[in-house]
Ligand binder design. Structure first.
Ligand code: OGA
Ligand code: MN
Length: 306
């Protein structure tokens, strides 16, 4: 039996109904990045219009803040999969939560209690899985328990940081390649003095495997250019004089850490923040170790940066 398509179906392809947003509202934050999402329960299947609105809002605002959410792990995964497949690191690239065989859990428990990961210390600004060949496109954190003070997470807008550079610096860095060495490998191979270098100097043996990515990354959907560099992971510019390279990276880091590019989030139980790792950094303030902080994170797979 053959199905015969009526010509008018070809002439007017079906589209999602843009009016089918339900109670979904997206409100930009009074900040250099971010929007608040209301009128959506992530436990329920979103409509096509809602998924597309969230995708467009993430492209535009780089982070989305939801509140009052109570998904279990499988509901959290189901919601996340509307935006892509779940990140899995290559076996030879350890990441947060991976086991000794290189397996990565789909849902990573980020907590300072019950053998949780990440403790209570300050976390410098970073993009998740930057040191892997295809770093995570985005991550979502769900807050289950939060301390009364501290443990805030700050996101930084790397497209704004790039745009704010002077022309000469932009020209200087536009075609550079940067190696961001895997900090989990550095933990396994500590230097004799225990220090964590901000920039690899020639006397330090390179950690392997390593991968170089563009220092100025083009966002794969929006085309925005972003300064793809974090706060303090060991890095190295490919084919660049080591002394000049370390100085350039230090200057760029000081630049991108300016408050004018940042939004600081004080967590409430039930918050979900969904961020784009391709165009933002995130870091965390420390908090009192006697307080509990428990979050769950899911990361989406990404593509080779260009
Ligand atoms: C992470 C992370 C920050 C935080 O889970 O990737 O960086 O505030 N967490 O817990
Ligand atoms: Mn992170």
């Amino acid at each position: 039996m053959s199905a015969v398509l009526r010509p008018e179906i070809h002439d007017t392809p079906a589209r999602f109904d843009a009016r089918n947003l339900g109670r979904l509202h997206i409100t930009p934050l009074q900040a250099p990045l971010g929007a608040r999402v209301s009128g959506l329960d992530v436990r329920e299947r979103p409509s096509a219009a809602q998924v597309l609105a969230l995708k467009a809002a993430l492209r535009k605002h780089h982070i989305l803040v939801f509140s009052g959410q109570t998904p279990d792990d499988s509901q959290f995964l189901d919601f996340t999969r509307h935006f892509g497949t779940i990140f899995a690191a290559p076996r030879n690239a350890p990441v947060l939560g991976s086991d000794p065989y290189g397996n990565t859990p789909e849902v990573v428990r980020v907590s300072n209690v019950d053998d949780g990961l990440l403790g209570n210390h300050e976390l410098p600004a970073h993009a998740d899985h930057h040191w892997t060949p295809q770093p995570s496109a985005g991550s979502l954190l769900l807050a289950l328990e939060v301390p009364s003070l501290g443990g805030d997470t700050t996101w930084r807008n790397l497209a704004l940081a790039y745009d704010a550079l002077d022309d000469a610096t932009r020209r200087e860095i536009d075609d550079l390649q940067l190696i961001t060495y895997n900090p989990f490998l550095r933990s396994r191979h500590p230097l004799p003095d225990g220090k964590r270098p901000l920039y690899r100097s020639p006397d330090i043996e390179a950690l392997t495997p390593w991968v170089a990515h563009p220092l100025v990354r083009t966002h794969p959907e929006s085309g925005l250019r972003a300064l793809y560099l974090d706060e303090s992971t060991e890095v190295e510019l490919v084919g660049y004089d080591p002394v000049a390279g370390a100085a350039l990276i230090a200057r760029l880091r000081e630049h991108l850490l300016q408050e004018r590019f940042a939004y600081r989030h004080q967590w409430q139980v039930g918050d979900i923040v969904y961020w784009d790792n391709q165009i933002t950094l995130h870091g965390r303030t420390e908090f009192d170790p006697s307080e509990r902080r428990v979050l769950k994170r899911i990361s989406l797979s990404g593509s080779t940066p260009f």
